[in-house]
Design a protein around this ligand. Structure first.
Ligand code: MIC
Ligand code: SF4
Length: 758
């Protein structure tokens, strides 16, 4: 398949060509007007006429227009794809090298080091891409979501991506869903993408942002209202007069961080801001095509007039009264006004000084973001102010970097002492060689990123991370303190004068247009027959995959509890990133991090528990190894929103590889639950959440009646106490027939293999 550096207009015309017909089918079938999200979804159904459309219940088969994968998840996705026996990817797909570049010195040095250190993985990804007709974006091209927004996203389109922040493309009116690699493999092998027909949360925006308030504050406010699990199973659709006042990249910031509330995706309707962005990024033809079908690239008028009748929940936010917010530490929904952080820090006993300030990431690294940050830097320089804490900047893409360099914005930031890092994820995913702070020293960092889980950025449990808008980050870096409110407080400059920072004025799009920068895209060759994929058997970074065993037909009896997690257990707790990113293509090696961040509910210790086979205390990964070697199946127990955060399927594959049969929780995050199902692990939810409390360290768990697994029928389970007494309870399972098939086959991939005859 020919794959280009941007979406061909023919593909877009194809999607638009069937839009009106499918929207009419949708209106007729549902007997009512449609929201924008419903229109896009219905237009991508494999069978719009027969697909069941019950919100929150039906599983729908969809055909996305594209697949995107980033390097840290693409390795496992493509290792799985390779075992499916197909000559090429069935849908236009791209790989983006952004997660594996470690931030240490500066862009040039760090990129050169990454190219050297990760050569084996980059060569593998490049050769697999070439072999299977996949587009390859080299290291240095930028963060996947920015590149997708600049090149591939289009209003009314649909894509999936192996990264939880794929919904970034909702800023350009696309339904873009973050998935695990196994979902991507389905689509790349020509099967539909299967997801629950979502519930819909409408967010009506009125007024306009003023002063220091930024698009970031809108999503921080939404996260405050809905919490980290409030979006689970839902699409968040924005609308209202306030929506039009936000730039396309500002909208992308909002949709990006919808991942933090667990939403399936978020999106905005097509509007002039999107058209301007398309024009500025060289896609006038796309804007014209979208203009021609604009009526179907937004919700129907009846929906806008009476949203409560069409959405499951409606939130209204008045942008004019929204104050700058800052969220953290440890969870992206812990919000307060920037003006209130100082008092809270004092009350909590947090440090007042900021140890590092960081801007960028896929969430906030657009031209507009950097222009607002640079405006503050320029003012600071002219007025004798300088940063009081290190300020690190990661441009989102090579195109943004080259453009902000040309327009002098990078120089503005460097002038006040900022360090510009490579166009990559960098410290956002723990790729930060930080030497100024030691473990155990409580310290505060503020970022414009999206996640603030413990250890995420620098690997230190003693770092408290807060997220806010890039302009607030820069202003606070000038103060160096958390009790600084840029709106009301002043700073003392080099000559001892009091200086108040004026409201930063940004530029939505570069007045001289974008400049592409270095060409970092490699299209797959027309003839790939000679491409050889290299995986050395002695590699410690890449390992070919062996299919998992099918279910043996027996109930699970006396499963020991390898781990019972207390409180938040995100994918960062289950499969840490940072230094472990280097093993993302090697299932056995990466299993060395299994659950190392999880808090043991029996002991409150982190990362270790009791090996029931020999009674000793060991790290969770070592217990996994011991059970694996003994052929002992086991269970993991989780609390609320288990598996929150990343799409990384390693968090499901590692337990599967080490012999996990079941993961039983109070609730799951969507992507992780699907990842478990895909790999053949049974995800169950306590019908009665209090049963969680009854499970003790030496108990065993029985899971019964598996031969009769039936969609939506709870599974009978028992706690077996050490004295042999049992407590019955029910485990809710949410599998449809197809997913029960995955479980029985030992994982969805085994079914694809069977169908392909391999
Ligand atoms: C993240 O932000 O946590 C990541 C790293 O981008 C992940 C993907 C991964 O773990 O590779 C995500 O969000 O899906
Ligand atoms: Fe990369 Fe961070 Fe964005 Fe994840 S959230 S894709 S790590 S920049």
């Amino acid at each position: 398949m020919a794959v280009f550096a941007s979406t061909p207009i023919e593909l877009i015309n194809g999607v638009y060509g069937r839009l009106a017909t499918n929207v009419a089918i949708g209106r007729e079938r549902l007997g009512r007007p449609l929201t924008f999200a419903e229109k896009v979804l219905i237009n991508h159904l494999r069978d719009p006429r027969t697909q069941e459309l019950e919100r929150g219940r039906s599983y729908a088969d969809l055909d996305p227009d594209r697949v995107a994968m980033q390097d840290a998840t693409a390795q496992m996705a493509l290792l799985q794809f390779m075992t499916a026996g197909l000559p090429e990817a069935a849908v236009p797909s791209t790989v983006h090298c952004d997660h594996l570049i470690q931030a240490k010195s500066n862009a040039r040095i760090d990129l050169a080091t990454a190219n050297d250190v990760n050569a084996e993985v980059y060569d593998f990804l490049e050769s697999v891409s070439a072999k299977y007709g996949i587009g390859f974006w080299k290291p240095g091209s930028g963060i996947i979501h920015q590149v997708v927004l600049e090149q591939y996203a289009f209003p009314g389109g649909m894509m999936i991506g192996t990264d939880s922040h794929t919904p970034n493309a909702g800023g350009l009116g696309m339904i873009a869903i973050g998935v695990g690699g196994a979902d991507a493999v389905d689509v790349m092998t020509g099967y539909p993408f299967n997801v629950r027909w979502p519930k819909l949360i409408g967010v009506k925006l009125t007024g306009t942002l003023a002063g220091w308030s930024a698009p970031k504050d809108i999503i921080l406010e939404v996260a405050r209202i809905l919490t980290v699990k409030g979006g689970t199973g839902a699409i968040v659709e924005y609308f209202g007069p306030g929506a039009e006042s936000i730039s396309c990249t500002g909208k992308a910031t909002i949709c990006n961080m919808g991942a933090e509330i667990g939403a399936t995706t978020s999106l905005f309707p097509y509007d002039p801001a999107m058209s301007r962005y398309l024009g500025s990024t060289g896609r006038v033809a796309v804007a014209e095509a979208a203009d021609a079908v604009a009526a179907d690239l937004r919700a129907d008028d009846e929906v806008l007039a009476d949203p409560a009748s069409y959405f499951d929940e409606v939130i209204e936010i008045d942008l004019s009264s929204l104050q700058p917010l800052i969220n953290g530490p440890h969870t992206p929904d812990r919000a307060r006004k920037v003006s209130e952080l100082g008092a809270e820090a004092k009350a909590e006993g947090w440090p007042m000084e900021i140890s590092s300030a960081l801007i960028g990431s896929c969430t906030n690294s657009s031209y507009e973001d950097i222009s607002r940050a640079a405006a503050i830097a320029r003012f600071a320089h002219q007025n004798g102010l300088s940063i009081k804490t290190p300020l690190l900047v990661t441009p989102g893409s090579e195109q943004v970097r080259a453009t902000i360099e040309r327009d002098g914005l990078l120089a503005d930031l460097e002038q006040i002492g900022a360090t510009v890092l490579a166009n990559a994820c960098g410290p956002c995913i723990g790729q930060w060689s930080r030497s100024d702070v030691e473990e155990g020293t409580e310290n505060i960092i503020i970022t414009s990123y999206n996640r603030n889980f413990p250890k995420r950025n620098d690997g230190l449990a003693s770092t408290l991370a807060f997220v806010t808008s890039p302009e607030t980050v820069v202003a606070m870096a000038l103060a160096g303190r958390v009790d600084f409110d840029p709106i009301t407080d002043s700073l003392t400059n080099a000559s001892g004068e009091q200086v108040t920072i004026p409201v930063p004025v940004g530029v939505e799009l570069p007045p001289k247009g974008f400049t592409a920068g270095e060409n970092t895209f490699i299209a797959p060759p027309a003839d790939s027959s000679r491409v050889v994929i290299k995986v050395s058997p002695s590699s410690d970074r890449l390992q070919l995959l062996e299919p998992f065993d099918a279910w043996d037909g027996n109930d699970f009896l006396n499963l020991p509890i390898l781990m019972k997690a207390k409180g938040k257990c995100t994918t960062d707790h289950i499969s840490a990133a940072g230094p472990w990113l280097k093993y993302r293509g090697h299932l056995e090696n990466i299993s060395g991090n299994m659950f190392i961040g999880a808090v043991n509910a029996f002991t409150d210790e982190v990362g270790q528990g009791k090996d029931q086979l020999d009674g000793t205390t060991k790290s969770f990964p070592d217990i996994g190894k011991s059970y694996h070697a003994a052929g002992q199946g086991w269970i993991a127990i989780g609390d609320e929103n288990y598996g929150e955060g990343s799409s990384r399927e390693h968090a499901a594959m590692e337990p599967r590889f080490r012999g996990a049969k079941v993961v039983l929780t109070r609730s799951f995050a969507r992507i992780h639950e699907t990842n478990l199902k895909k790999q053949g692990v049974l995800p169950l939810v306590f019908a009665d959440p209090k049963v969680y409390d009854l499970i003790e360290q030496d108990d065993r768990i029985n899971v019964l009646g598996l031969a009769d697994l039936t969609p939506d029928v709870p599974v009978k389970c028992q706690i077996v106490k050490p004295d042999g007494t049992t407590i019955d309870f029910e485990g809710i399972q949410t599998m449809n027939d197809e997913q029960i098939g995955w479980f029985k086959a030992g994982g969805a991939l085994n079914i694809i293999r069977q169908r392909q005859g391999v």
